[in-house]
Ligand binder design. Sequence first.
Ligand SMILES: [Zn+2]
Length: 242
Amino acid sequence: MSQPAVANLIGGQDARHGRLERLHAELSARCPTCRLRLNRNGKTMLSLRGRPGASVVSVHVGLLDHPDALTDLPEWIASNGRRTSPRLRHALQEVWRDQRQHHLAAIPVALPDLDYLPTPFNLAALFDHIHTTWFVHLSKPAIHWGRNSPRRRRLSSIRFACYRSRPQPAIVVNPRLGQPWVPRIFLEHVLYHELCHHAQANAPIRGEPPHSRRFRQWESQYPHHEIARAWKKVNLERFLVG
Ligand SMILES: [Zn+2]
């Protein structure tokens, strides 16, 4: 049974390789100033960065399985990423869906029954609880909800909250987190994450990236860290839709 599967896999790789070479050739002929990069990061299906004349197009490796759609790529680049042909759009959706399925299959944690907060809930009280339980040695930043974005707008990514240390330490929470289907541990996890940024700001290390090894180590101390992360993977799409 394993032989054909392996053969298919190798065949698939060969086909991708051939398509990649053709794509390189096509792009260097039609968009000579645009560099091609392949990604398999699960977030970016297709992106264009830089300026016309010196740009980088990042293509998810899964798009190589859609050779028809790839022929529309030079036009997409020429329009500066504004005009997506129907077949390119369709291919992007398929790659995105495949990615999501892979992603979900890779989640190791079975989700237990989760606890929910009343709607609307008291953000300040929840924050107080997290601060008092784990970060009482630090000052308490201000906390408030961010502005409501139009509910129906579909997002391509979401920032759940953000922390700033100046002029006064403050955390702003995305109002999309205030929905009744968001479990308590996920909200707590977001607040805990932002308080780790506060801890970082209180013990700065020059040149440290925001999500450094030290930061990740602190963040993982939240007792439901793994469940919250697994829950996020399963539910991210719901946040994006609004
Ligand atoms: Zn962060």
